[in-house]
Design a protein around this ligand. Structure first.
Ligand SMILES: Nc1ncnc2c1ncn2[C@@H]1O[C@H](COP(=O)(O)OP(=O)(O)OP(=O)(O)O)[C@@H](O)[C@H]1O
Ligand SMILES: [Mg+2]
Length: 383
C-alpha cells in the first residue's frame, strides 16, 4: 500500500471548522490564499449581496461573478481576477450550483488553476482543499488514508483516518479542487465516480460512509496538451461540465492581463521598481502571439511556430524577471536588455528546432521593425 500522502492534514487541524476561512492571515507568506488576499473585497461583496445564495455558498452566483470579473461593491472597487468572456465565467459558476462538477480545460497558462482558486475562495471562503494530480497520485489522496501509528495502536477508527481534501470538502459542504486531473492514473480517477454520482464516500473499514453536505462540489483542471496522458473515462466525463478557457482573443486583452499580474506580483515580491508604460509588455506579447500563431500580427508574413506554448503566464514571468533585473542591476526602468534573456529562454524550449525558429524571427521581424533595434541588439547578445 502506498503511503505517500501529499497533504498533511494533521498539521493544519482545521478539518472540523467549517466556517474557518483564513488559515494564517500572515503578511509575510510568499503567496497568500485568495480568500486571505482578497478578504476585504469578499467582505464588501457579502455586505451588498442581497441575491439568493445556493445552500452553503458565501455569496450569490452574481456576487461570485463580480468577484471574478471585477466591478463595484458599495464604495469598494472589486479588481478583475479573470479577464475574458463574461459568459464563460457565468457558465462555470452556474455549473457549481448544480449537481455536476466543473472541469476547466485549456492549454497551459490560460488561468485554469487561477480561476479554480478564486471560484473556491468566493463560493466557500476556502480554496485550500486541493489534490494535486500527478502520475503518482494514489487513491488515498482522493479518498482517505491512515495514520499508521494510530491505526496500529487504536485500530481502525475515525481518529486514525486521514481525510483527503475531497472528504473534508464533502463533510463541510465546500468546494474541493483537483489540479491536473488527466495526469492521475485512470484507476485512481475512477474513485471519483462514486463521489461525484452518489455524493458519498464509503469507509468499509469502519462500516460507515461520509455523505456530502449541501454546498459540496468539485472543480478540476486539465491541460489540453496533456490529453494523451490519461484520457478521462466517459463515465467520469459525464459527471463534469467542461468549460474551455481560451488564450486571450486580442493583443490588447493579453497586455492588460500581463500588466495587471506583473503589477500585483511585483508588489507581493517587493521588487523596488514599477512598470511605467506598456511598451515592453506590448513587445513581449506581440512576439509571443506571432510565434504562437505562426504569422505576424498584420498577417503579412508567415513564420515558423515554436514548440513551446508561449502562454500569457510565460509573458508574465518574462516581464517579472525583467523588472527584477532592472530594479537590482539597472536604473529601475525596464529596458530591452532586461527582457532579452527571459524572452530567449521562453522561446527556445527545444535547443535545435526553436533556435532556428527564433533566429529566423529575429532576423526577419525584430530587426526590421521600427523602433525595435535595441531589442534586436539585446537579443543578439544573449544568443
Ligand atoms: N484571462 C486571464 N485573466 C487573468 N489572468 C490570466 C489570464 N490568463 C492567464 N492569466 C494569468 O496567468 C497566470 C497562470 O495561470 P495558471 O497557472 O492558472 O494557468 P493554468 O491554465 O493553470 O496553466 P497550467 O496548464 O500550466 O497549469 C496566472 O497568474 C493568471 O493570473
Ligand atoms: Mg494549472
Amino acid at each position: 500500500m502506498s503511503t505517500k500522502a501529499k497533504e498533511t492534514p494533521a498539521a493544519k487541524g482545521n478539518g472540523a471548522a467549517s466556517t474557518a476561512t483564513s488559515s494564517s492571515g500572515v503578511e509575510s507568506v510568499l503567496r497568500r490564499h485568495a480568500e486571505d488576499q482578497f478578504a476585504a473585497e469578499l467582505a464588501a461583496l457579502q455586505e451588498v449581496d442581497d441575491k439568493q445564495r445556493p445552500p452553503k455558498w458565501k455569496l450569490s452566483p452574481w456576487a461570485v461573478a463580480t468577484y471574478v470579473l471585477g466591478g463595484k461593491a458599495g464604495g469598494m472597487e472589486i479588481t478583475a481576477k479573470y479577464i475574458g468572456k463574461r459568459r464563460l465565467i457565468e457558465v462555470a459558476i452556474a455549473t457549481l450550483a448544480t449537481d455536476r462538477a466543473l472541469l476547466l480545460l485549456g492549454v497551459p497558462g490560460t488561468a485554469k488553476s487561477w480561476l479554480s482558486e478564486h471560484l473556491a475562495a468566493a463560493i466557500s471562503g476556502d480554496s485550500t482543499q486541493v489534490v494535486q494530480g500527478t502520475a503518482g497520485t494514489a487513491e488515498e489522496q482522493i479518498r482517505y488514508g491512515w495514520n499508521y501509528a494510530l491505526l496500529l495502536s487504536k485500530g481502525p477508527s475515525r481518529e486514525a483516518m486521514v481525510s483527503s481534501p475531497l472528504m473534508k470538502a464533502m463533510a463541510t459542504g465546500t468546494i474541493a479542487r483537483i489540479e491536473e486531473l488527466t495526469r492521475i492514473p485512470a484507476d485512481v480517477q475512477d474513485s471519483l465516480i462514486t463521489i461525484l454520482s452518489e455524493k458519498s464516500l464509503p469507509i468499509p473499514e469502519l462500516g460507515e460512509e461520509v455523505q456530502a453536505a449541501k454546498g459540496f462540489n468539485v472543480i478540476a483542471t486539465a491541460n489540453n496538451r496533456d490529453k494523451g496522458v490519461n484520457e478521462l473515462s466517459s463515465a467520469l466525463k459525464r459527471r463534469f461540465n467542461t468549460v474551455i478557457l481560451p488564450v486571450p482573443d486580442t493583443a490588447d486583452e493579453e497586455i492588460t492581463i500581463v500588466q495587471q499580474r506583473v503589477k500585483s506580483l511585483g508588489k507581493a515580491l517587493e521588487i523596488p521598481a514599477e512598470l511605467t508604460g506598456l511598451d515592453e509588455i506590448r513587445r513581449v506579447v506581440t512576439i509571443f502571439r506571432e510565434l504562437r500563431n505562426g504569422q505576424t500580427e498584420d498577417g503579412k508574413s508567415k513564420l515558423k511556430q515554436s514548440t513551446g506554448t508561449l502562454s500569457t503566464a510565460e509573458a508574465i514571468s518574462v516581464m517579472n524577471n525583467g523588472l527584477a533585473l532592472a530594479a537590482h542591476f539597472g536604473d529601475g526602468s525596464i529596458k530591452a536588455s532586461d527582457i532579452a534573456s527571459g524572452l530567449v529562454g521562453a522561446v527556445i524550449k527545444d535547443p535545435v528546432q526553436d533556435r532556428v525558429v527564433w533566429q529566423e524571427y529575429l532576423e526577419t521581424v525584430v530587426k526590421e521593425r521600427d523602433g525595435w533595434k535595441d531589442l534586436y541588439r539585446a537579443c543578439r547578445e544573449t544568443l
